[in-house]
Design a protein around this ligand. Structure first.
Ligand code: AMP
Length: 192
């Protein structure tokens, strides 16, 4: 089973994906977490992407596709994988589709979190204080939102056209409330 948790920056993808990992046993694969780990370790990849991330821009497609290609086989073991922060462009989605079809797999479902933009900015500014993420300043947040609208929203259309089931979920309210809505939306998914 391959799922994608989709939504703008600050919509709660990481929080909800971590809970779904616990609940469904599905492996949470977050490209943002992987890249932040590389930056923290000071690896060559981390050095290459650190400045791009700090500016709120997307790292090049080829680079992130290689990261996912190397991690996906492990993540696909067991119940499957829930992708968080990937794919973020249509080119990444196409690369993912071909990686999966090589294994006889495909994207089975998408949970798309819907949160109004004003609330997203408040959440991200709050997260900057709590977690100290350097890409959560007001200016960088604006850039990340622009990238989302310009490049990432189209990913949903890409999968809609393929007939992939997209569960649109209201992402406002507490993490518990959002989790309950996601749970209700996708219950029984593994038998589909
Ligand atoms: P996230 O934690 O998913 O918000 O990702 C943080 C940052 O990592 C993004 O603003 C991008 O700079 C980079 N990043 C993560 N995933 C991707 C991706 N799929 N494509 C391009 N850049 C990414």
């Amino acid at each position: 089973m391959i799922g994608i948790i989709f939504g703008p920056p600050g919509s709660g993808k990481g929080t909800q994906a971590a809970r779904l990992e616990k609940d469904l046993g599905i492996h949470h694969l977050s490209t943002g977490d992987i890249l932040r780990g590389e930056v923290a370790k000071g690896t060559p990849l981390g050095k290459e992407v650190g400045r791009i991330m700090a500016a709120g821009d997307l790292v090049p497609d080829g680079l992130i596709v290689d990261v996912v290609r190397s991690r996906l086989p492990d993540a696909e073991q067991g119940v499957g994988a829930l992708l968080d922060g990937f794919p973020r462009t249509v080119a990444q989605a196409r690369a993912l589709d071909s990686m999966l079809s090589d294994e006889g797999h495909r994207v089975n479902f998408i949970v798309a979190l819907d949160v109004p933009e004003e609330l997203l900015v408040d959440r991200l500014l709050h997260r900057a204080q709590v977690e100290g993420r350097t890409d959560d300043t007001r200016e960088v947040i604006a850039e990340r939102m622009r990238e989302y609208h310009k490049l990432t929203e189209a990913v949903l259309d890409h999968y809609r056209k393929q007939g992939v089931r997209i569960h649109e979920v209201d992402g406002t309210g507490s993490p518990d409330e959002v989790f309950d809505r996601i749970h209700a939306a996708i219950s029984g998914i593994s038998s589909r």
